[in-house]
Design a protein around this ligand. Structure first.
Ligand code: C2E
Ligand code: MG
Ligand code: MG
Ligand code: MG
Length: 288
C-alpha cells in the first residue's frame, strides 16, 4: 500500500540520514588527528600574469589523504572543520606550510612569487591568523606582501572591519568566488581588498553566454575602478584566455595552465615555465 511504501521510504531515508551522520562523526573524529598523522597536504595552483603568462603566484589548496577513504575533497571536510572548531588549527597549519614553501620557491627562482591561503568565514581566529602569518612570514624570510588571504563575499561586515588589520599589516586580501554571493556594491567598496577573483561559473560561460561575457567585462571595470587587480578563476580553454586578455583581466588561474599540484610538482612547473610564454599562431607556447 501507499502507506507501507511511504513508511519504508521513510525508513530508507532515516537509515541514510543515520549513515550520513555517522560518517560525519567519524570524519570529524579522524580530522582531529590528521595533522599529527601527517595526512594533510597543501597543493599549489599557479596564478599567471595575463599578458606574459608567467607564474607570479599560487593558491594553496589543502588536501586530506584519509587512510581508508583515500583523497577527501576540501569541499567535504572544510565544513566539518568549521563545525568542530578544527578550522583554526587547520588554517594555521596551511599558513605555516604555504609560507615555508613560498620562501623556498623565492630562493630557488629569484622571483617575487606570492602565495594565497583561503580563510574560512566561520572561524574565529582572525587575530590569531594575522599574528601567526607574521611569524610564519618572518620564519620563511618573506615580506608581508608575499602572502594573500582569500575570503568570500559571505564574510560578515563586522569581520570585514577586522580585516583592515590584515591590510594595514601589508598582507594581501582577495575576494574569492566573486559574483556567487549577495554582496552589494557598497560592501565591495568598503572591503579593504586589493584583489578580486571572478568565480569560475562566469568564466566557464565566456563566449557562449552573452550575459556572462558582459558581466565579466563589467566586473573587471568595477574592480579596476576600485583599484583592485582581477584574477579569473577556472580558465580551461584558449578561447576563455583570449576573452580575458581582451577584457583586461590581470591574472589567470585554471586547468588550462595547471591543476593544483603537490609542492614538488609545482617546483617542476616553475622550472618548466621560467620564461614568459608567448601566444604564437593560436597556440600558447608552453601550454596545451
Ligand atoms: P576556491 O578557493 O575557490 O579554490 C578553487 C577551486 O577550484 C579548487 O578546488 C580548484 O582545484 C578548483 N579549480 C581551479 N581551476 C579550475 C578549473 O579550471 N576548472 C575546475 N573545474 N576547477 C578548478 P578545491 O581544491 O577542491 O577546493 C575547493 C574549495 O575548498 C576552495 O575553493 C576553498 O573554498 C576550499 N578550500 C581549499 N583549501 C582550503 C583551505 O586551506 N582553507 C579553507 N578555509 N578552505 C579551503
Ligand atoms: Mg580560493
Ligand atoms: Mg575561488
Ligand atoms: Mg570556488
Amino acid at each position: 500500500s501507499a502507506k507501507e511504501s511511504g513508511r519504508s521510504a521513510f525508513a530508507f531515508f532515516a537509515r541514510q540520514m543515520n549513515e550520513k551522520v555517522q560518517s560525519v562523526v567519524r570524519l570529524s573524529n579522524d580530522l582531529r588527528y590528521a595533522i599529527d598523522r601527517d595526512e594533510l597536504q597543501v597543493y599549489y595552483q599557479p596564478i599567471v600574469d595575463a599578458d606574459t603568462l608567467e607564474t607570479v603566484a599560487a593558491e594553496a589548496l589543502v588536501r586530506w589523504q584519509h587512510p581508508r577513504l583515500g583523497l577527501v575533497s576540501p569541499a567535504d571536510f572544510i565544513p566539518i572543520a568549521e563545525d568542530t572548531g578544527f578550522i583554526g588549527p587547520l588554517t594555521e597549519w596551511v599558513v605555516q606550510r604555504a609560507c615555508r614553501d613560498a620562501g623556498q620557491w623565492r630562493q630557488k627562482n629569484d622571483r617575487e612569487l606570492r602565495v594565497s591561503v583561503n580563510l574560512s568565514n566561520r572561524h574565529r581566529h582572525l587575530e590569531n591568523c594575522v599574528s601567526l602569518a607574521a611569524a610564519s612570514l618572518q620564519q620563511a624570510g618573506l615580506p608581508r606582501e608575499a602572502l594573500t588571504f582569500e575570503i568570500t563575499e559571505s564574510f560578515a561586515m563586522e569581520d570585514v572591519e577586522r580585516l583592515q588589520a590584515i591590510r594595514a599589516g601589508g598582507i594581501g586580501l582577495a575576494i574569492d568566488d566573486f559574483g556567487t554571493g549577495y554582496s552589494s556594491l557598497s560592501y565591495l567598496r568598503r572591503l579593504p581588498a586589493d584583489v578580486l577573483k571572478i568565480d569560475r561559473s562566469f568564466v566557464s560561460e565566456l563566449g557562449t553566454d552573452a550575459d556572462a561575457t558582459m558581466l565579466v567585462g563589467s566586473i573587471i571595470a568595477i574592480a579596476h575602478g576600485l583599484r583592485m587587480r582581477v584574477v579569473a578563476e577556472g580558465v580551461e580553454t584558449r578561447e576563455q584566455l583570449a576573452y580575458l586578455q581582451a577584457a583586461g583581466c590581470d591574472l589567470l588561474q585554471g586547468y588550462f595552465f595547471s591543476k593544483p599540484l603537490p609542492n614538488a610538482a609545482f617546483n617542476d612547473f616553475l622550472d618548466r615555465h621560467s620564461v614568459s610564454s608567448e601566444i604564437d599562431g593560436g597556440t600558447v607556447r608552453g601550454y596545451a
